[in-house]
Design a protein around this ligand. Structure first.
Ligand code: GLC
Length: 568
């Protein structure tokens, strides 16, 4: 067995005696409207989360990230924010938020909230003012209003399309158009306007003063825009390199915004943290992750990878090096509220047989599983087995692990949502061609029975399938072989074993079997293949395994399984 030198030994990571909490945190993402419903209205709420803080503590996570809980008309699952400094009355009050923060802090769990700075909701008081105030007003200057094209201005200013489909421009009553990169109900803010900048500083202080520990920054790479006329067409935009000077994406000047935010973060003790949701090229990530900017940035590479040893190895090597270069730690994600759950992604068996590009949206959020031969086929067991292996691999990596509610129960994507009950704008704006993200946002099952599987006393705002009963928390917590038991064991061990932010690959002689060691000798072996892998005789004791490994004396890692080994 030889040790590879993929990661330079002279890594620039400095391990201070007490590293900041976020560097290697296990962060659990809560989608508040689907976690737990205390008041029985079908929508999850603050007091619902409060009633489950012991569950979160028992799980063994270090922080929760709350997706938006602000007042919202839910045109985009709460990412259309009507007031950045309040709680949606359907979810509770600021006092409920404070009680939740206090309860989490009492259990040693940090709190991260979501900041959505690219756009507001069309219900935000600023947008309502902009509509009322008319052309040329200061109120319209907070957003991006333009005259239309064509002889009478009845065509959108450009042919740009919105992320959820359709035009990125919407016309208002007096004939002007406003830009919305996402849903129609999400007008883009004008980040060239100092008033916009000042208001977000106020918001960051508002939540920091309430004791929030960190922020997740929504589409962090899109805020600043160069909208000098004439505006380029989609075809022209595609020709412009995204190198810091693209009119719409990943502009260098966005870091002026974050430098100002950094001053705010650092004015608190301990400094508030931030993680960027920035879908940018790998070599541009360190800008967001630098300590002068947001400090950490999501790395979504594993989330878009197949269950494949070679892909995983390359991604890990690359991102650990990248994080070291920025002085940050890496982040790892397999599931979140925007993509198909990883158990399902890994269980779709016939993707490669699908014609043309059909497999691409199917892998990442398009249609699947309806009847018909053209649809992907899901092998549930295989998906779960692989998901457990990938999660256990992820939890041993250096850096922060971001987990999404329900993955600890081994949940699959819910495909069987009737059209009338779907909520995601993606579904409607693509003429129902893409199902979008409702299937990973279905309220959690806490019990195997009741009107909403223990989510609340009434129904759930998205329908839960009958198979949720098998994954209920109350069932899984009594089953030592369940995914929940695996996550609990792994997260507890992770606390004990956590060590410096490096890893060394250990050659296994098989491309489909990855093995790495952390500086304290903690070892991980993942068998991505279908043939069992015999552990070398010198390997330490098996601490946890994603599947039963059979007789201890066998010392075999079964197909599609991860094991953690004690330092030898
Ligand atoms: C981010 C969020 C997503 C939302 C979009 C617009 O990508 O994760 O849920 O729809 O931003 O706010």
């Amino acid at each position: 067995m030889t040790v590879s030198t993929d990661i330079a030994p002279d890594s620039t990571i400095v391990q201070t005696e007490i590293a900041p909490w976020w560097r290697q945190a296990a962060v659990y993402q809560i989608y508040p409207r689907s976690f737990a419903d205390a008041d029985g209205d079908g929508l999850g709420d603050m007091r619902g989360i409060l009633s489950r803080v012991d569950y979160l503590a028992d799980l063994g996570i270090d922080a929760v990230w709350l997706s938006p809980f602000y007042p919202s008309e839910l045109a985009d699952g709460g990412y259309d924010v009507a007031d950045y400094r309040d709680v949606d009355p359907r979810l509770g009050t600021l006092a409920d938020f404070d009680a939740l923060t206090a309860a989490l802090h009492a259990r040693g769990i940090k709190v991260i909230v979501d900041i959505v700075p690219n756009h507001t909701s069309d219900q935000h008081v600023w947008f309502q003012e902009a509509l009322a105030a008319g052309r040329g007003s200061a109120a319209r200057e907070r957003f991006i209003f333009r005259e239309g094209s064509g002889p009478d201005g009845s065509e959108p200013p450009t042919d740009w399309t919105a992320a959820f489909g359709g035009s990125a421009w919407e016309r208002v009553a007096d004939g002007q158009w406003y830009l919305h990169t996402f849903a129609i109900e999400q007008p883009d803010l004008n980040w060239a306007n100092p008033e916009v900048r000042a208001d977000f500083v106020k918001t960051l202080r508002f939540w920091s003063d309430r004791g929030v520990d960190g922020f997740r920054i929504d589409v962090a790479h899109m805020l600043t825009k160069d909208l000098t006329e004439p505006l380029p067409s989609t075809a022209e935009l595609a020709e412009i390199p995204v190198d810091g000077n693209h009119p719409l994406l990943d502009r260098d000047d966005v870091h002026e915004v974050y430098a100002q935010w950094r001053e705010v973060f650092n004015s608190y003790d301990p400094p508030r943290t931030a993680v960027a949701e920035a879908w940018v090229a790998a070599d541009r990530v360190p800008k967001y992750a630098s300590p002068e900017s947001l400090g950490q940035s999501f790395n979504f590479d594993l989330l878009v990878a197949d269950f494949d040893g070679a892909q995983f190895r390359e991604i890990v090597t690359h991102n650990v090096a990248l994080a070291a270069r920025s002085g940050s730690s890496s982040t790892w994600v397999l599931s979140n509220h925007d993509v198909f759950r990883h158990a399902t992604r890994y269980g779709l068996t016939n993707l490669d047989d699908l014609p043309g590009d059909a497999a691409v949206p199917k892998r990442h959020g398009g249609g699947w599983l309806e009847s018909g031969a053209d649809q992907a086929v899901l092998d549930r067991e295989r998906g779960e087995r692989r998901a457990r292996a990938a999660s256990l691999f992820l939890l041993a990596l250096p850096g922060s692990a971001y987990l999404y509610q329900g993955e600890e129960l081994g949940l699959h994507e819910v495909a069987e949502i009737p059209a009338a009950q779907r909520q995601d704008p993606t579904y409607f704006r693509t003429n129902q061609e893409q199902y979008g993200r409702d299937g990973c946002r279905v309220p959690l099952p806490w019990q195997p029975d009741g009107p909403s599987f223990g989510f609340g006393t009434a129904g759930a705002h998205l329908p839960q399938p009958a198979w949720f009963a098998d994954h209920a928390v109350s069932i899984e917590e009594h089953d030592p072989e369940s995914t929940l038991s695996l996550y609990r064991r792994a997260l507890a061990l992770r606390h004990e074993l956590q060590t410096g932010e490096q890893l060394e690959w250990i050659e296994t002689g098989r491309a489909d079997v990855l093995s790495f060691a952390r500086p304290n000798g903690w070892r991980v072996v993942t068998n991505f293949g279908t043939e069992p892998f015999a552990l070398p005789t010198e390997a330490g004791e098996v601490l946890v395994a994603s599947q039963p490994t059979g007789e201890a004396s066998d010392r075999v890692v079964p197909a599609e399984t991860t094991v953690w080994l004690a330092p030898a």
